[in-house]
Design a protein around this ligand. Structure first.
Ligand code: ATP
Ligand code: MG
Length: 287
């Protein structure tokens, strides 16, 4: 029986080893490869007949996407769950590379920009904000050097995250997995504070799908108004207020662009869009 047990352990170990090896075998991202460094966006980000899939064994997740996002434009991505909104946004900081077509940053293919400069220009506030099991200060300032106390307090205030000052140890309070649990709205406002601090010219805001209470919504709206000022914004929108606020709405359906236009135009011309909006309205009145 003991030998049987040892055999089991070996099997489990071997399987784990294989998974680890696959991670070690991943090519390393080199932050400074690429011939061009850029500091800002002057004109546009252009998707030119872009196709993308997560794996060659899987189906296309994005098909034939052509879209130009101009400097300081606010573009809302709208579509059913799984239509490819987050995937499309994640292609901009090159979290994934495309298989067909081109993405051009002021006319330069993304792959020619150094990852370091590209990622410094793009800030993402994601659907589910990840917090390290660390202090509030650390969670907002990691990776950024010499953030003054004044600047930190300023972004916390502008992000409507004053709740931090009521925590037992203020910005030194440990939060995250084993620390103090924060609400969805609170986590998001910390992410907004971090994005304000980074001050990148492009902002991707992947709005949370889970409903927030009215008070959180109102606070987040104020924080966002602050964050969206003077920036190129790609907002994956689940709330009517964010959709209305966009200059253009891009409707995705099963990985394809189904329509592009203003909220009112799409409402009048796209049955799919009208249907989605009716759902959003319903959820709101239900909440
Ligand atoms: P939601 O509104 O639910 O956030 P979404 O429009 O953002 O949806 P995506 O997350 O972009 O949708 O997913 C698009 C498709 O790609 C889905 O079919 C999804 O299952 C698939 N997908 C997403 N991430 C991965 C991944 N890491 N590996 C493989 N497939 C993925
Ligand atoms: Mg998503």
């Amino acid at each position: 029986r003991n030998i049987g047990g040892i055999h089991n352990n070996l099997q489990v170990g071997a399987a784990a080893g294989q998974r680890l090896q696959a991670i070690f075998d991943e090519p390393t991202e080199t932050m400074d490869a690429g011939r061009v460094t850029a500091a800002t966006l002057h004109e546009s980000i252009e998707f030119d007949h872009v196709f993308f899939r997560y794996d060659t064994s899987l189906d296309w997740v994005l098909r034939d996407i052509s879209l130009t996002i101009r400097r300081h434009e606010r573009v809302a991505l709208v579509g059913r769950s799984g239509s490819g909104k987050s995937t499309l946004a994640n292609l901009i900081p090159r979290f994934y590379d495309i298989q067909r077509g081109r993405i051009l940053w002021d006319g330069v293919p993304l792959a020619d920009l150094t990852l370091r400069s590209l990622r410094a220009m793009v800030s993402t506030v994601s659907q589910d904000v990840f917090l390290f099991n660390e202090t509030v200060r650390y969670n907002i300032t990691y990776g950024l050097d010499s953030v003054t106390e004044e600047r930190l307090l300023d972004v916390l205030a502008r992000a409507q995250a004053q709740f931090v000052f009521d925590l037992p140890l203020g910005v030194e309070t440990i939060i995250g997995e084993r620390g103090l649990a924060l609400s969805g709205g609170q986590r998001q406002r910390l992410a907004i504070a971090r994005a304000l601090l980074r001050n990148a010219p492009i902002l991707i805001f992947d709005e949370a799908t889970s409903a927030l209470d009215t008070e959180s919504e109102r606070l987040i709206q104020h924080a966002l108004d602050e964050l969206f000022r003077e920036r190129t914004v790609i907002i994956i929108a689940h709330r009517l207020s964010s959709i209305r606020f966009a200059d253009r709405v891009v409707l995705l359906d099963a990985g394809k662009i189904s329509a592009i236009g203003s909220h009112d135009e799409l409402l009048a011309t796209s049955p799919l869009y009208a249907n989605l909006m009716a759902h959003i309205e319903q959820e709101r009145s239900g909440a």
